[in-house]
Ligand binder design. Structure first.
Ligand code: GRG
Length: 300
C-alpha cells in the first residue's frame, strides 16, 4: 500500500486516456462534418482531470481485468458523455459560461450551433464507443449491451440529465439537504458510478464486487460534489479556470447550505464511507482507495 504513488499512477493513466480520446475523436471525425468535428475535438481534448476514465480502468484492474488499450477506449466512453455535458452546460441557455479548464468554452470558439450539434453527436458516439470497446475486451453481445446500458442510464433522465433539470429548477431557491443530495447523486454521482461499474462489468466482476463499487461510487460522487462546491467558494476563477461560479448563478451548494466547516466534515465522512464500502467488498484496490482521498484534497 505505502509503495503506491497516486501521482505517478494518475500521470501514467492520463497519458493513456488522452491517447484513447484522440482515437475516439479521430473516429468521430470520419463521420461528422468538419465544423462539428472541430467543436467535438475542442470539447473532448481540452484537458480536464480525466477522472471518469481513470475510475473505469481502475475498477477494471481491481476486478482482475488485464489492462490493454481497449480498457482505455472503454474509459473514454463516459468521458465523451462528460464532455458533451460540459459543452451543453456552458451554453448561453444554461450557465452561459465563458471559461472552462482555463480556456474559452466550446461555443465561444466554435459558435453556439456547432457546440450544440457537437454535444448531441457525442451521446450516440459514447454509446457506440462503449459497445466497440466492450467487444474488443472480449465481452459477448449481451454483456456489451449491459455496459452500454449502464452508461446510458446514468447519462439519461434518471441520472445526469435529470440532475441537470433539478439544478436548473433550484436556481434562485434554497435547497434542503435531501434535495441537494438527490440532485447531485444524479447530476454528478451517476456518471462517476457508471464509469466504475462499466470497468467492473468489462472484467466480468461478481455481484459482491459490483455492490462494493456501487457503494464506493455513491459516496465518492457526493464527496466529489462537496469538494467542488468548496473549491468554487474558496478559489478564484483564474485558479479554477472556470467562470461563472455557483454563487454568480445563485445556486444552492453544500457550502451555502452547511457552511465551510460542515461541508468539509461531510466530504471526509463520505470518503470514509467510500473506502469502507470498497473494503467490505473484498476488492484489493489501492488506486481506488487513493483516488477517494484525492477527490476531496484536489485543488481544481
Ligand atoms: C438539457 C436538461 C439538459 C441537460 C443536458 C448539460 C447536461 C445535460 C448536464 C450537465 C451536468 C453537468 C454539468 C455535470 C458536471 C458536474 C461537474 C462537477 C463537472 C466537473 O467535473 P470535473 O471536475 O471536470 O471532473 P474536468 O474539467 O476535470 O473534466
Amino acid at each position: 500500500m505505502s509503495a503506491f504513488s497516486l501521482e505517478a499512477y494518475m500521470e501514467d493513466e492520463r497519458g493513456r486516456v488522452e491517447a484513447a480520446l484522440e482515437r475516439a475523436v479521430a473516429w468521430i471525425r470520419e463521420v461528422v462534418p468538419q465544423g462539428v468535428a472541430d467543436a467535438v475535438a475542442h470539447g473532448v481534448l481540452s484537458g480536464g482531470k480525466r477522472l471518469r476514465p481513470i475510475l473505469c480502468v481502475s475498477a477494471y484492474r481491481a476486478c482482475g481485468g488485464e489492462v490493454r488499450e481497449a480498457a482505455y477506449d472503454l474509459g473514454a466512453a463516459p468521458e465523451l458523455i462528460h464532455a458533451y455535458s460540459l459543452m451543453h452546460d456552458d451554453l448561453p441557455c444554461m450557465d452561459d459560461a465563458e471559461l472552462r479548464r482555463g480556456q474559452p468554452t466550446t461555443h465561444r470558439v466554435h459558435g453556439e450551433r456547432r457546440a450544440t450539434v457537437a454535444g448531441a453527436a457525442l451521446i450516440p458516439a459514447a454509446a457506440l464507443q462503449a459497445l466497440r470497446a466492450a467487444t474488443a475486451l472480449g465481452r459477448d453481445e449481451g454483456q456489451a449491451r449491459d455496459m452500454a446500458r449502464t452508461l446510458l442510464e446514468a447519462a439519461g433522465a434518471g441520472g445526469m440529465v435529470g440532475g441537470q433539470w433539478l439544478d436548473l429548477l433550484g436556481e434562485g431557491r434554497t435547497l434542503g439537504a435531501e434535495d441537494l443530495d438527490a440532485l447531485h447523486r444524479r447530476k454528478t454521482g451517476a456518471l462517476l458510478t457508471a464509469s466504475l461499474i462499466m470497468g467492473a462489468q468489462a472484467a466480468g466482476a461478481e455481484d459482491r464486487a459490483l455492490e462494493g463499487l456501487e457503494r464506493y461510487g455513491r459516496s465518492v460522487g457526493l464527496a466529489f460534489q462537496i469538494a467542488d462546491d468548496i473549491l468554487d467558494a474558496t478559489s478564484s476563477a483564474e485558479a479554477l479556470g472556470k467562470h461563472p461560479s455557483d454563487e454568480d448563478l445563485d445556486k444552492s451548494t453544500y457550502v451555502s447550505s452547511y457552511g465551510l466547516a460542515e461541508a468539509r466534515r461531510r466530504a471526509r465522512e463520505e470518503v470514509h464511507r467510500a473506502r469502507e464500502g470498497l473494503a467490505r467488498s473484498g476488492l484489493e484496490a489501492p488506486a481506488l482507495d487513493a483516488l477517494a482521498e484525492y477527490i476531496v484534497e484536489r485543488r481544481r
